[in-house]
Design a binder for this molecule. Structure first.
Ligand code: ADP
Ligand code: ZN
Length: 605
């Protein structure tokens, strides 16, 4: 009975045919009055897990959400689906807040979004006491945990909600999966025996590719033009300066690229965020300041020009690609410089030693992902505690397995150099000695007199860098001092030096990177129909509607929904309502326009 009604809401209000992952179980757990912890990958559909119970129950659902832009987006989205909702936050005037409170009191809204700092203020608490709350949802719940990667102080007081409203079921939602953070969330929020649901973290529509950095703009341009020339994407960089530079260079290459970082004025940031939400075929070049506010489902690629500081961040950032389930790419280039930069940033912060330890460990795991010769997806899912097959067939490691070579002799030269110079130097210096550099430091220290001086001069610097990185990852070389990243020998290197155990490394090759690009081409694959013209017509109709209503196009219908229209060519209301993403309200608003466009197109072909 209840399930029938829930399916009806899913279908009539949101226009979806089936629940995804554990959505139905999560919703039932909440409706049974239980505290619930829902862990689902980004784009998995967390919002429906509280929106549907909100519509099913009496009273209003309270949602704690960390960002104003996120709330606004959600409310805009819900209005389009015909769900009455509103938010209370610091961007509103006193009168606006009063009006929202009036609407909620009169039962004119089913969902109320509030910021974490706002919700515990006396005035809002006082207001909440006067209304019936059906459930409390805490979005981005990992912000409560110091173990997570986006700790927010405002979140730590949220356990008080449980004291104030002990009878109201609470649902915490996050995409952060690791066990420690998970336990910490339910502890910090004082959840009562929470029912925990962990949905698979796999994002099968995302293809992972990781390459070594060469000429980064050239590589990026090759990647975009080969696979995503007409698409929308995000390019992440570590620094503001680099963001500006890359955005400019992409514009020079003819892309519509805009910068986004915390150093821009609030107006510019807001404008660029708007642009990104509205325009088609736009690329935002951004620091990680650009993130939580993105709800756009049709981001086709996420490119990283610098290494993120943890696998969690990498997965969250790449997870912004392909939320509509269509084929998308996560592409990254990296180099040893990244590790040095991040380590330096880390060492110069005032953070507690324990925190630094965790951070170093996370960075190491991130580097291992880059250096692994295993399937990337396997590595990622394994990192999040999920067991999967060894071979996904859609990452660069699977598609072009790394060639390996017997590196024993070169490894001996390298290890000897580290040893003879006293295990006191970083990779650049070691390479200088190996290659017989006239660097004054080398001469001063009389390292030019060592037997190892110059024994590696026949090979380029980047060959040695590449070897060092892999040997760190494989546990032959250790890092003694994080500030300077001095290299030292580890137990495992003994056999290599003695010539008793050979060592095989991944071959570095440009060919591999090029191959990756060709096979990476996902261009137009996400069109499972040949009706490109119709798609373009529907897309421009959507554009006109969006323009008039002043909302981003995907709020009207997302690309996936338009593609479905092209596939099924609906002719009447009941056909149209079968399309994924078309609910009753959207049908009423736009059905006739789109049906007419589709019918016209049929006549002309
Ligand atoms: P997140 O888990 O990142 O918060 P959202 O709740 O924003 O994800 O959902 C991502 C997208 O998936 C949205 O466009 C949403 O409407 C869609 N979606 C959610 N549940 C379903 C479903 N059961 N069937 C089809 N699409 C869904
Ligand atoms: Zn794979």
């Amino acid at each position: 009975m209840r399930n029938d009604k829930l399916h009806l809401i899913l279908k009539e209000t949101f226009g979806y045919q089936t629940f995804r992952f554990d959505q139905l179980e999560i919703i039932n757990s909440i409706l049974d009055g239980k505290d619930t912890l829902a862990i689902m990958p980004t784009g998995g559909g967390k919002s429906l897990c509280y929106q549907i119970p909100a519509l099913y129950s009496e009273g209003v659902c309270l949602v704690i959400s960390p960002l104003i832009s996120l709330m606004q987006d959600q409310v805009m989205n819900l209005e389009e689906f015909g769900v009455a909702s509103c938010f209370l936050n610091s961007s509103q005037s006193y009168e606006e807040k009063k009006e929202v409170q009036r609407r909620v009191r009169n039962g004119e809204a089913k969902i109320l979004y509030v910021s974490p700092e706002g919700v515990l203020s006396p005035s809002i608490m006082n207001f909440l006491d006067q209304i019936t709350i059906s459930l409390i949802a805490i979005d981005e719940a990992h912000c409560v945990s110091q173990w997570g990667h986006e700790f927010r102080k405002d979140y730590t007081r949220l356990y008080e909600l449980k004291n104030w409203f002990p009878e109201v079921p609470l649902i915490a939602l996050t995409a952060t999966a690791d066990e420690k953070t998970r336990r910490d969330i339910s502890h910090q929020l004082s959840l009562k025996d929470p029912q925990t649901f962990v949905s698979s973290f796999d994002r099968p529509n995302i293809k992972y590719m990781i390459h070594e950095r060469g000429d980064e703009i050239k590589q990026l341009n090759e990647f975009i033009s080969a696979s995503h020339s007409d698409d929308t994407g995000i390019v992440y960089c570590l620094s503001r300066k680099k963001v500006e530079k890359v955005a400019k260079e992409l514009s020079n290459l003819g892309y519509h690229a805009i910068p986004y970082h915390a150093g821009l004025s609030p107006q510019t940031r807001e404008r660029n965020q708007e642009l990104f939400n509205r325009e088609e075929q736009i690329i935002v070049v951004a620091t990680i300041a650009f993130g939580m506010g993105i709800d756009r489902p049709d981001v086709r690629f996420v490119a990283h020009l610098d290494l993120p500081k943890s696998v969690e961040s990498y997965y969250q950032e790449t997870g912004r690609a392909g939320r509509d389930g269509k084929e998308s790419s996560a592409w990254m280039i990296y180099g040893l410089q990244d590790v040095v930069k991040i380590s330096q940033m880390l060492e110069t912060t005032e953070a507690h030693e324990n925190y630094k330890k965790v951070a170093r460990h996370k960075l190491d795991s991130m580097l291992s992902l880059c250096e692994t010769i295993q399937c990337r997806r396997h590595y990622l899912l394994n990192y999040f505690g999920e067991q999967t097959g060894q071979h996904c067939g859609s990452c660069d490691s699977c598609l072009e397995p790394a060639e390996t070579w017997d590196a024993s002799i070169d490894a001996q030269k390298l290890l000897s150099t580290i040893y003879r110079t006293g295990q006191n130097f970083g990779s650049n210096y070691i390479i200088d000695v190996l290659r017989g550099s006239k660097n004054t430091k080398v001469i001063e220290r009389r390292h030019d007199r060592l037997s190892v001086y110059g024994i590696g001069k026949d090979l380029p610097k980047n060959h040695w860098n590449h070897m060092i990185r892999q040997m760190i990852h494989l546990g032959y070389i250790g890092i003694k001092n994080w500030e300077y990243r001095n290299l030292c020998l580890l137990e495992k290197s003994r056999g290599v030096l003695a010539g008793t155990s050979p060592i095989y490394l991944r071959r570095q090759s440009d060919k591999r990177a090029r191959l990756g690009l060709q096979k990476a081409s996902t261009k137009n694959k996400h069109m499972d129909h040949e009706r490109h013209e119709l798609f373009e017509e529907l897309r421009s109709l959507r554009g006109e509607i969006a323009e008039e209503k002043k909302v981003p196009p995907y709020i009207v219908f997302n690309d996936k929904t338009l593609h479905e229209m092209c596939v099924f060519l609906p002719r009447n209301a009941s056909d149209f309502l079968m399309i994924n993403g078309v609910g009753q309200k959207k049908y009423e608003q736009y059905g006739a326009l789109f049906l007419r466009k589709i019918a016209d197109h049929q006549i002309h072909v």
